[in-house]
Design a protein around this ligand. Structure first.
Ligand SMILES: [Zn+2]
Length: 256
């Protein structure tokens, strides 16, 4: 679909990049991304994905905005406190670009509803902070053959990796973390503390990576690094990546 003159103007700085170009921008304008978790990672990721002109965004979060969120969850302001995050995020999007299509889910995403929430997505970006949720989202992605971009942060450490475990020989997120975390027992930033800008780095890195995934095979923006995890150290600072092997016994993807 051709972009209107106003859209061409809006995305002019993308379109002049050879690695995106008009074809890449037009492709982004047809994509549907599900963002699970509208917190410290999801907030900046949402801002840059909306800025990139992703046509349809599904916003998933069952929480309410709290005062202590504002230190890192960049789409919310003081007046959003007490409001649902998904609703507040939709309000931010409507102000930012009313041409984008937005769907909402303010139920807690879990094993029984994950498939419905991610249906039809080109990519799921998971920035939630509990392993049980992250594994439920990953398993649903494998079952639906939807690529998953998994992003996590704790204090000064971040992780971002793209997975398509539905393909033979490719790992899923469960291959990476194993089965030990299906119970709701992981550390959260409430216990650990988190530097706001660190969450921002991980969220914007995830958004950059998401655009690479969405343009994989369309333009030459760079490798999605399927099955690799980027490990981000905010203190040094440093960045390195390592490959995840497909677990031949993985409960989610081994038979795929
Ligand atoms: Zn797996």
């Amino acid at each position: 679909m051709a972009l209107s003159p106003a859209r061409l103007d809006r995305f002019a700085r993308h379109i002049v990049i050879p690695e995106v170009g008009g074809a890449g921008q037009a492709a982004l304008a047809e994509k549907h991304v599900v963002i699970v978790g509208l917190g410290g990672i999801g907030s900046p990721a949402l801002q840059y994905l909306a800025g990139a002109g992703i046509r349809r965004l599904t916003l998933v979060d069952d929480g309410d905005v709290e005062l202590s969120n504002l230190q890192r969850q960049t789409i919310y302001t003081s007046r959003d406190i007490g409001h649902g995050k998904a609703v507040a995020a939709r309000r931010w999007l409507a102000n930012f670009d009313d041409a984008l299509e937005v769907s909402l889910s303010d139920e807690r995403i879990a094993r029984d509803n994950a498939a419905g929430v991610i249906a039809g997505a080109d990519l799921v970006l998971d920035g939630t902070d509990t392993f049980a949720t992250r594994l439920a989202v990953s398993d649903a992605c494998v079952a639906a053959a939807v690529p998953l971009l998994s992003a996590a942060v704790g204090r000064f450490q971040g992780q971002v990796g793209a997975f398509r475990g539905h393909l033979p020989g490719e790992p899923c997120y469960r291959c990476f973390v194993g089965d030990a975390f299906d119970a709701e027992d992981c550390d959260t930033c409430a216990d650990d503390g988190m530097l706001g800008a660190m969450a921002g780095w991980v969220g914007t890195f995830a958004a950059l990576h998401a655009v690479k995934v969405l343009l994989d095979g369309i333009s030459s923006l760079g490798e999605p690094q399927w099955g690799r995890v980027n490990l981000m150290d905010g203190l040094a600072p440093a960045l390195r990546s390592f490959a995840i092997a497909k677990d031949p016994a993985c409960k989610a993807c081994a038979i795929a």
